[in-house]
Design a protein around this ligand. Structure first.
Ligand code: COS
Length: 387
């Protein structure tokens, strides 16, 4: 069990209530949803009802206004039970709500935040077929036409963007070319249902199979200039700053998954006997479990510390990358050891180890691959500032 160290009484209460919700309400459904590759409206509404979709939203807009560490704890607790549902919460708060909350004007906040605090979702339209790690290589364009902008292009792998309760997405588009040939990039808040904007659910995923992932198509989508987020040309920086903090929620998913896999493997290892003894007593297994526990303790301390920086408004470009990289590698190790300890059973869908093993892989790819995290850290420590 995680320690209460460094947590306030409110945070302990929050953690315990989200934990029992995840165990009692979500857990009984997650295997079947994963198997059927089905996003659950009912579970999403239940998470909204608990205040999890409004975690970052100020009270004046109907949200729970949690500090960053508290929000991260909610993601961690859901991920301890299931990656898909944790992805819905993390993507919604960090990437859906985040840009509107941090860069939206009063009208935009008043229009969308109350809905997003309830059971509505919002997508983060950054990634494209030709713009993944090279996020600035956006091919989607927005061309000015009087008071309107006409958007053309497509987005791919966008979490929460194509569900029945999604009301729109933040779309990054090229609005011009800067001196030196770089793209001028601008964000627009594009509502679902407007002419030319279509969403398609992506199926066939290895992991997070019960989360909603969409492909977005924008075919001469006409939006008013008031849908622009912040200033023209600020889009890339808004997206990068959103990812800096968003990576903390991916870290929380890695930490939660590692905790879930650890508890599952430890319980199994204490019950399973070979050669007349519980397999947890064999050094081969005991040391694996000790390594995961050590990783969890260290990762949690660092992550909560960085969350406090984020709550104070301190930039976490390097720290977010470190936390995300560390926790996703921890999740990889924990899920791998968990399968190994369960042996043949670890390979069967009936056991949670198999789902942990598939779900962890996304953490090393989504919101910036592990290679991009190393690049961000290397840039921040000045490796490339030579000569
Ligand atoms: N916060 C705010 N601004 C940032 C920033 C950050 N974290 N990172 C870069 N910027 C700014 C830079 O300061 C620069 O501003 P100026 O034009 O004023 O100099 C501008 O953005 C362009 O930055 P840079 O030249 O460093 O951009 P690159 O094209 O080299 O991209 C990486 C840098 C690789 C770090 C970026 O493309 C990236 O993070 N890629 C991964 C994207 C990702 O995680 N995708 C997954 C999405 S899943 S939701």
């Amino acid at each position: 069990m995680p320690l209460n160290r460094n947590l306030s009484e409110e945070q302990i209460l929050l953690r315990d209530s989200v934990r029992s919700f995840a165990e009692q309400e979500l857990y009984p459904t997650v295997k079947e949803l994963d198997e059927r590759e089905e996003f659950s409206l009912e579970n999403t509404k239940a998470m909204a009802h608990l205040g999890l979709l409004g975690a970052q939203i100020p009270e004046q807009y109907g949200g729970s206004a949690l500090d960053y560490a508290s929000y991260i704890i909610t993601v961690e607790e859901i991920a301890r039970v299931d990656g898909s549902h944790a992805a819905t919460v993390a993507a919604h708060n960090s990437l859906g709500v985040g840009p509107i909350l941090n860069f939206g004007n009063k009208e935009q906040k008043s229009k969308y935040l109350p809905k997003l605090a309830e059971a509505s979702l919002w997508g983060f339209g950054l990634t494209e077929a030709e713009a993944g790690s090279d996020a600035a290589n956006t091919q989607t364009t927005a061309t000015q036409d009087g008071d309107d902008w006409i958007i053309n292009g497509s987005k791919i792998f966008i979490t929460n963007s194509a569900s029945e309760i999604t009301i729109g997405s933040t779309v990054l588009a090229k609005t011009g070319t800067l001196q030196g040939g770089r793209n001028e990039l601008t964000c627009f808040l594009v509502e679902n249902g407007i002419a030319g904007f279509t969403q398609k659910v992506m199926k066939g995923k290895m992991m997070w199979r019960a989360s909603n992932t969409g492909e977005l198509y924008l075919d001469n989508v006409r939006v008013h200039k008031s849908t622009m987020l912040g200033k023209r040309g600020d889009g890339f920086k808004q997206m990068m700053a959103t990812l800096d903090k968003g990576r903390l929620s991916i870290a929380a998913m890695g930490l939660g998954l590692a905790q879930g896999a650890f508890e599952y493997a430890l319980k199994y290892a204490k019950e399973r006997k070979t050669f007349g003894k519980a397999i947890s007593t064999y050094q081969a297994n005991a040391f694996k479990l000790a390594d995961i526990d050590m990783g969890i303790e260290l990762a949690r301390t660092y992550l909560y510390d960085v969350c406090r920086m984020a709550s104070e408004g301190i930039s976490v470009t390097k720290e977010g990358a470190i936390a995300k990289l560390n926790c996703s590698e921890l999740a990889h190790m924990a899920a791998n050891h968990c399968v190994q300890i369960l042996g043949g059973y670890g390979l069967m869908k009936e056991y949670n180890a198999e789902r942990f093993y598939r779900d962890q892989k996304l953490l090393e790819i989504g919101e910036g691959t592990s290679e991009i995290q190393r690049l961000v850290i290397a840039r921040e420590i000045g490796c490339f500032d030579v000569g």
